[in-house]
Design a protein around this ligand. Structure first.
Ligand SMILES: C[S@@+](CC[C@H](N)C(=O)[O-])C[C@H]1O[C@@H](n2cnc3c(N)ncnc32)[C@H](O)[C@@H]1O
Length: 438
């Protein structure tokens, strides 16, 4: 069993409870109508693997729904989202994750606090509110790990007439997790390497791969990356210390030797003719600051501090032929994704592009797992989850959208699905003929 498998299993017997709570449900889909916090509170714990969601942005649009999120003062908005995410954390399995897409807004004459244009404090006109980051920090405080801020670059971003700043062309997509170790299938979203192994190797051999250390042999001993070393000396000159001890352990050992000698780090630096700023790292016993001395320095330290040879074997250097090998499944795609924004439809004007949800779910939805969107709208996350063979729990406050989603996923529903009767009040209210209704 791989380490993460024990974290991510969803007990599918919980699905029956999820289904029972839903107003439209099937083996694959459960749609709940109502306020995200209330509906999430009704779900059993640990019944979801991952979340992809885009809540209403702060102060951007009025959904004209009682209990909607987005039109309250900024601090209340952040607090309400944190409350939703407290419940999200509870319904996620240990090792689960959540992708959170939020856009930003500028304060202006129309975006008011308590009915007045903001003039004082930091909430001044023209100020970028930085809401997505305020939410992310509040979520960190509430116990989430923020693992990435992915820049979703909108390849069809709206042109802007602003003249005193840059136009806004990207939005953050936060990757949040409820544990340090969690399910993440990087292989599923790897992209092709820019060059092949053969090209890399040829460049190193013929010297055309000119890295920052090219021609600077004195830099060689400070560079640990085999690729940098190869740009100086070609493929033959790669050195490794595969058995080197933990730098913290080695630093403690060096400190003891230094104390025995009755000397200071400054004295060592002067003797080995290296800057104090570099030398002191060999003696730092904290994980952030400790560094292994390079092989040549180790020899000097050994003589200078009368070391007893305990670590000599472990610090021994192996010289090897460097082999450039790209990861066979492709490279990490990085934290910028280029995608066009979805076109607003008559059903919903703030839809997420399905490709964005699919991309995120490929990495965090295990096979046959359950995806959740507590602000589901038209069910974009659900459509992507079903495409990948998963299940979907969608919540929305808007009865029209709940019916829209139920229609959208009707093919997965059992013959006797009964969402219409369960939300018939909403259905009647909209009987005037919204395109979302049938
Ligand atoms: C930005 S839209 C989500 C769009 C969705 N990602 C899609 O692709 O269609 C936000 C949704 O949150 C819903 N909403 C607003 N306040 C809510 C609340 N308190 N609880 C649940 N849903 C809410 C709105 O009805 C809206 O559909």
């Amino acid at each position: 069993m791989k380490w993460h498998e024990k974290f991510v299993a969803v007990d599918h017997s919980r699905w029956s409870e999820v289904e029972r709570r839903a107003c439209a449900s099937s083996e694959q889909v459960a749609i709940l109508h109502g306020n995200a916090v209330d509906q999430l509170s009704s779900l059993p714990s640990s019944c979801v693997n991952t979340v992809v969601t885009s809540p209403p942005y702060w102060n951007v649009r009025d959904y004209e729904l009682d209990g909607q999120i987005g039109s309250e003062p900024l601090e209340d908005y952040v607090r309400r989202l944190v409350r939703v995410f407290d419940q999200v954390k509870r319904v996620l399995v240990p090792g689960g994750s959540a992708w959170l897409n939020l856009g930003d807004t500028y304060f202006n004459q129309l975006i008011t606090e308590n009915g007045l244009p903001p003039k004082t404090g930091w909430k001044r006109c023209k100020q970028l509110s930085l809401v997505p980051f305020r939410v992310a920090i509040a979520l960190e405080d509430a116990g989430w790990w923020v693992r990435n801020v992915v820049a979703w670059r909108k390849t069809n971003a709206m042109p802007s007439s602003v003249r005193d700043r840059l136009s806004n062309t990207w939005e953050p997509l936060f990757l949040l997790t409820n544990c340090e170790r969690y399910y993440f299938n990087l292989d599923a979203i790897r992209v092709s390497h820019a060059t092949s192994d053969a090209v890399e190797r040829r460049r190193a051999e013929d010297g055309s791969n000119k890295g920052k250390a090219y021609g600077k042999a004195d830099l060689r001993k400070w560079l640990s990356s085999p690729r940098h070393r190869a740009t100086i000396d070609g493929l033959q000159e790669v050195t490794r210390r595969p058995n080197a001890p933990d730098p913290v352990e080695l630093a403690a050992y060096l400190r003891t030797a230094l104390e025995r000698k009755g000397e200071s780090i400054k004295w060592v630096a002067a003797q080995i003719q290296q800057p104090f700023e570099r030398t002191r790292h060999y003696f730092r016993t904290d994980r952030i600051g400790s560094r292994l001395p390079p092989p040549e320095t180790w020899e000097e330290l050994s003589t200078l501090l009368d070391l007893d040879g305990t670590f000599d074997d472990a610090m021994a250097v192996e010289t090897d032929v460097n082999i450039f090998r790209n990861h066979p499944n492709g490279r990490n795609p990085g934290d910028v994704i280029d995608l066009p924004n979805a076109r607003g439809s008559e059903v919903h004007f703030a839809m997420m592009p399905q490709e964005l949800a699919r991309w995120a779910l490929r990495a965090t939805l295990p096979s046959g797992g359950v995806a959740l969107d507590p602000f589901a709208g038209t069910g974009t996350t659900g459509a992507a989850a079903l495409e990948l063979g998963g299940r979907f729990v969608g919540i929305d406050l808007d009865p029209e959208l709940v019916i829209y989603m139920a229609n959208r996923f009707e093919a997965t529903m059992a013959a006797d699905w009964s969402y219409r009767s369960r939300i018939k009040v909403a259905h009647r209210k909209n009987a005037a003929g919204s395109p979302a209704l049938r």
